[in-house]
Write a new protein. Sequence first.
Length: 317
Amino acid sequence: MISRWIILFFLGSIPFGQEIIGECLHGNELIDFLRGGYMTNTTLGYTHARDTMYLRIDRIDGKVKGVYTNYAVDLPDTGVDPSTYLYENGINCEHVWPQSMYEGGEPTKSDMHVLRPCKENVNSARANKPYNEVADVQTTTWYWQNSQTSNIPSSNIDEYSENHGSYFEPREDRKGDIARTMFYFYTMYSAVADDAFFANQKDVLKTWHDQDPANADEISRTWHIAEYQQNKPNPFILDGTLIERAYFFDGFILGDMNNDGNWNILDVVILANCVLIEDCVELANGCASDMNSDGNFNILDIVILANCVIAENCPPL
């Protein structure tokens, strides 16, 4: 019976095409790996970085849009200073991780992975507030495009960013982008970052990351920035497992492929499938596949897991 079940394929549960960075690394070991491989020590300098972001990164179909509001300004490709022109038309540069929440200057100030165009008054409203969910009835000001209101919007409510005395909530389709930017900054620059500022919003940022995964535009943007910064993208955009593995990992049970705290036929099926497809490492709990700890995922692991499931003597945590 076991052998019949093993050949079943739950392909719908297996992610395809995701880049896995730092295979089977977790916690501080993974954070050190990311810092060593993705932290840039060369930026363009703030003035040039800001102009480059406006003109080469975030100018799409001739327009630059504010990250929190979608407020748009037409930016000519020649004949104007990008920063001056946009400033005169209501857009300036937002540091997603506020400058007042870290010590030191470069490369943190000029790292384009942390910079975004922003409507000037919304940038000022956000200031150095942490991100968080804000109850609609507690929102003091709603921002969308060129408008702001103190009343709860009657339509397009998800397009609005929300200000509060203590927190700021970005519009819905930028929450994941913001979260991955914040985890990037803290990972690369934790030596100068405000630890409490990060700790107080870490959980909600992870939720936003999970709810709003990176799309093709965000991936394209980070690689475009990388062209100006030693070819180093934001890894949290490329691998959706990194936040969980680096900052929320609490261990795994060897052989517990679906992470439900038990060993049963479902675990054997998942392991058999990923061995056959050769993508065990791409599973969220894929590192639990290596039953004999030889660094490989193969038929021996399937046999060991199947045997212990039958005998009900799978290894403890």
